[in-house]
Ligand binder design. Structure first.
Ligand code: MG
Ligand code: ZN
Length: 219
């Protein structure tokens, strides 16, 4: 038992060290890195598309797309105008710093200003693996339900920003926004939050403004 815990700790330590190396590479190249985490279907890829379209011409974007299989999301990011690298995790349910390191090797970081990493759709273990980015972003969505902060506290605790996607569906779904926000506030007081709809475009400007501020500050 103790032995097993020691091994897990070593793996996590190694991941943290490599994450620091990844972050140093981004800093050296002047790239701001964002890690997008969410459950499957929350709209990570749609938000990435909106972000690329919204910032095109102002900033150069690269996307690292983590998926269990297929390159559908990376293809969408590339079609929207980003340089996209696909990581197929071969069944693994999260990205780690090694996978990101290998993806970074395929990018010319000096030719980019922003790096978005689309993590594997999963609200549990992605929270435990630092990748080496400046900001961790969680994308929640209305159809998932208002109880998710209570059921998946770990991922809500560790993030720097929260996007609440698909707010255009609020009239059709029993989603108590006050209850949801109370849960978030309890776990992550003062968390910067963006209610948006990738479908209607509502709230997207405020989200883009936050990214722009981070790029100007080089976070
Ligand atoms: Mg996706
Ligand atoms: Zn996992």
């Amino acid at each position: 038992m103790t032995q097993r815990i020691a091994v897990v700790e070593k793996i996590m330590d190694a991941n943290e060290r490599l994450a620091s190396t990844n972050l140093a590479r981004l800093n050296e190249a002047g790239v701001v890195g964002l890690n997008f985490m969410a459950s499957p279907g929350a709209g990570k890829t749609s938000l990435i598309e909106e972000t690329i379209r919204g910032l095109n011409g102002r900033y150069r974007l690269a996307v690292i797309d983590g998926d269990i299989a297929t390159s559908i999301d990376a293809d969408r990011a590339a079609a929207a105008g980003a340089t996209a690298v696909q990581i197929n995790t071969g069944g693994d349910c999260h990205l780690d710093a090694v996978m990101v390191q290998m993806a970074l090797d395929q990018l010319d970081l000096h030719q980019n200003d922003i790096l978005i990493i689309e993590n594997v759709g999963n609200l549990i273990c992605p929270a435990n693996f630092q990748l080496g980015v400046h900001k961790n972003v969680l994308i929640a969505s209305i159809p998932e339900g208002d109880d998710k902060p209570y059921k998946y506290p770990g991922i809500y605790q560790g993030v720097d920003a929260l996007v609440i996607n698909k707010i255009d569906l609020l009239p059709y779904i029993n989603f108590d926004m006050d209850y949801f926000r109370r849960g978030v506030e309890m776990l992550n007081p003062g968390l910067v939050t963006f209610p948006i709809s990738c479908r209607t475009g509502e709230g997207v400007a405020e989200w883009l403004e936050w990214i722009t501020e981070n790029v100007k500050r080089k976070t």
